[in-house]
Design a binder for this molecule. Structure first.
Ligand code: ZN
Ligand code: ZN
Length: 299
């Protein structure tokens, strides 16, 4: 067991309990996410993930040129551990809404009949080959969105292990780009942290957190305030939605000086889906999926 990863899961579970008390409208999705987190936390205790070996010279060059440390297809994943977790998540899904429940059942049946190629799902999810995910989903008779989510949740403990192992890399200290220095994905969400309210991003893929520039759009790099503004929902000043008219992206940002913490941000992302709807209603686009990359009730 990796104590650091275990405490990250514990932090998310604590935050989730707080949000469940405060946000009754999110009870169903948070209750489901609590089970996903508990399964991921249990799974990470037995996971074996090879620590990536990055030659220093190559790392220095990649960081200088703005390339992520690891190409997505090269991410080390404990396939066996992820497959066991996938089975558990299929069972958990059967307690969810009817669509999730039937997908969980269909996938579990396909696994039991040895008709589901899990390694292919991992490969397609890592490389975001949507055509391959759709083919696998069609074969099992389930929604590609649900299958993709289950694939990502199954890999999450492995991805976290890599992100945690590389987070202390000193060469990353000055990285303030809009994409993740470890895997290259865009932020799922961001937070203001510390007395000065420095802006930190949460990676939508590996879960790493990194410093962003104080201003500007992380997606297109625009710094001209003319097309950049934010809004918040009444009575909910802890979350701001920053929108960019240059690229039509939006980014939810939590002020951890008021509530919550950076490490538990995935949970706040799930519990602020109403802000995604508001931003999308104004014509802005979410550039990177959240932990719960689907509106479960609609998928
Ligand atoms: Zn990442
Ligand atoms: Zn932009």
């Amino acid at each position: 067991m990796n104590v650091e990863i275990d405490s990250l899961y514990q932090g998310m579970m604590d935050r989730l309990s707080d949000l469940r008390r405060e946000r009754s409208g999110y009870e169903e999705v948070l209750c489901f996410y609590a089970e996903v987190l508990a399964a991921q936390r249990a799974a990470q205790q037995d996971m074996v993930v090879a620590e990536p070996d990055l030659p220093e010279e190559n790392t220095r060059l990649r960081v200088r040129e703005g390339f992520p440390l690891i190409a997505r297809e090269g991410f080390p994943v404990d396939i066996k551990g992820a497959e066991l977790l996938f089975g558990k998540l299929c069972r958990i899904s059967q307690k969810g809404n009817p669509l999730l429940a039937s997908a969980g059942k269909a996938l579990q049946d396909a696994v039991d009949r040895q008709e589901f190629n899990f390694a292919q799902l991992i490969s397609a999810t890592l490389t975001e080959k949507t055509g391959d995910i759709k083919a696998l989903a069609d074969g099992a008779g389930v929604s590609p969105t649900i299958l993709c989510a289950l694939g990502r949740w199954s890999m999450q403990p492995s991805l976290f292990a890599v992100a945690v192992a590389l987070a202390g890399e000193p060469l990353l200290d000055d990285w303030q780009r809009g994409h993740c220095p470890i895997c290259g994905a865009f932020p799922a969400m961001a937070a203001f942290v510390g007395k000065e309210g420095k802006r930190w991003a949460l990676c939508s893929f590996c879960g790493h957190v990194w410093r962003l520039n104080r201003v500007g759009c992380p997606f297109c790099g625009a710094e001209n305030h003319k097309g950049l503004r934010y809004f918040y929902a009444e009575g909910e000043e802890v979350y701001r939605v920053y929108v960019c008219d240059h690229c039509t992206a939006y980014l939810k940002v939590m002020d951890t000086r008021k509530q919550g913490n950076l490490q538990a941000l995935p949970v706040d992302d799930v519990a602020t889906a109403h802000l995604d709807l508001l931003a999308e209603g104004e014509g802005y686009v979410r550039k990177a999926p959240g932990v719960m990359p689907m509106k479960i009730e609609n998928c």
